[in-house]
Design a binder for this molecule. Structure first.
Ligand code: NAD
Length: 420
């Protein structure tokens, strides 16, 4: 097992200490149920053929079919895919979705592929994993560097393999192919809902609190936009090149407009004297809420002590390392963990799957109402577990999820379940 996965599964032991749980459950959850690696042989535009390493993991399906995205990135490997699938297992349980966790990926730099090569690669992925995935088995979705267009190719390939349209095999599809309204902003909206409904407990308020967001992609933008609309002051955002900071705040729509036109944050309009800062500096700049919404391992042992925020809302997956977690907990910083904060995305993906299965489609209001009906009570439950057991919110979220997963595993049959 790789280092990333070994670190991730340590959460099991910490959470298990707070539950009366059968050791057989923990033993089962220490390992993925199934993993598959494949070599995809893809015809390039110049006529040559190239091999790309591809992976998929179904981590645990005790609560239902496995669910999780497919990532295209040069650094993708089985260790990362298994870790992300482990996190998905707990995220789906936090939101009480009838899903287990899965994940997939291809080691590829998408910037070096033409559109036609990308399509052939995506179709080759589905051919290689056609018996591994399935609408009742394992349901992929987009992740880093995959999007609705890639999902469209994939669902088309899968449907031609099985011989009939099968939209429920993949979520995050374009709306024309059975995608759900409300998916685009679901992750940012979920994080926004969690923060707003824990506001009193976290001593935040729209009038007084300043927010810094790392990243300015889909998730970051929507969360910033919704918080700004309620009065929160957005003091910083960033992209892979740099950060934009203004203590007087900024309007996320105006910044997005500028970024869409120029490709940069540099020169974007802000309310006062905005300036460009480094990404590293932005993470440790004075604010009340820090929202990492870019990628893994951003708040680490080296910078954790300098984080100035009192609350961290983790919209990226795994942005805080375990060592940083420890430092922040000691400092009294409240971390709203990824498996709760960004669960809005998979929740609306679940709605998409339900709509595909029913062949009956909901309106935007219904999607947003149902999302709120899941996110808010789960956030309050996790907060209460944290308070009652005097543990940090990450441990509380894992305890909550492990309790649900443990009950499903026990109901499938463990020694203690049969003993009474
Ligand atoms: P995206 O590709 O739309 O945006 C990513 C953003 O991060 C971009 O603005 C990019 O410029 C920025 N970025 C990249 N490297 C950076 C760096 N080193 N420093 C600062 N910014 C950097 O992706 P997204 O869909 O918004 O996803 C963001 C994160 O949220 C990812 O970790 C993803 O796994 C997680 N997430 C996304 C969803 C979803 O529904 N999209 C759901 C759950 C979790």
């Amino acid at each position: 097992m790789g280092e990333m996965f070994n670190k991730a599964r340590k959460r099991l032991k910490t959470a298990a200490k707070h539950l009366d749980i059968d050791p057989e459950v923990i033993e089962k959850l220490r390992y993925p149920k199934e993993t598959l690696a494949a070599s995809l042989l893809v015809r390039m535009d110049d006529g040559s053929r190239r091999v790309f390493k591809a992976f998929r993991c179904r981590y645990d399906d005790s609560r239902g079919p496995t669910k999780g995205g497919i990532r295209y990135h040069p650094a993708v490997n089985m260790d990362e895919v298994m870790t992300l699938a482990f996190w998905m297992t707990f995220k789906c349980a936090v939101a009480n979705l009838p899903f287990g966790g899965g994940k997939g990926g291809v080691a590829v730099d998408v910037h070096k592929l033409s559109r036609a090569e990308l399509e052939r690669l995506s179709r080759a992925y589905v051919k290689a994993f056609a018996t591994f995935i399935g609408p009742d088995r394992d349901i992929p979705a987009p992740d880093m560097y995959t999007n609705g267009m890639v999902m469209g190719w994939m669902v088309d390939e899968y449907s031609s393999i099985v011989g009939y349209p099968s939209p429920a095999v993949i979520t995050g599809k374009p709306i024309a192919l059975g995608g759900s309204v409300g998916r685009e902003d679901a992750t940012g909206r979920g994080g926004y809902l969690v923060l707003r409904h824990l506001e009193k407990e976290l001593r935040l308020s729209p009038e007084r609190s300043r927010v810094i967001v790392q990243g300015f992609g889909n998730v970051a933008f929507w969360c910033a936009k919704l918080l700004a609309a309620d009065g929160y002051r957005i003091c910083g955002v960033s992209d892979s090149r740099a950060g934009l900071y203004d203590p007087d705040g900024m309007d996320p729509d105006a910044v997005l407009d500028h970024k869409a036109k120029t490709g940069r944050l540099d020169g974007a309009p802000t309310k006062g004297k905005g300036r460009i800062v480094s990404n590293a500096d932005l993470l440790t700049t004075e604010c009340d809420v820090l929202v990492p919404a870019a990628m893994e391992n951003q708040i680490v042992e080296e910078n954790a002590d300098r984080v100035a925020a009192s609350v961290i809302l983790e919209l990226a997956n795994g942005p805080t390392t375990p060592a940083a977690d420890e430092i922040l907990n000691k400092k009294g910083v409240t971390i709203i963990p990824d498996i709760l904060a960004n669960a809005g995305g998979v929740t609306v993906s679940y709605f998409e799957w339900v709509q595909n299965k029913a062949g009956f489609y909901w309106g935007l209001e219904e999607v947003q109402r149902r999302l709120k009906d899941i996110m808010v009570p789960e956030a309050l439950r996790i907060y209460a577990i944290g308070r009652d057991r005097a543990v940090d919110l990450r441990t509380a979220a894992y305890v909550h999820a492990l309790d649900r997963i443990g009950k499903a595993i026990a109901a499938h049959g463990t020694k203690s379940f049969f003993a009474g």
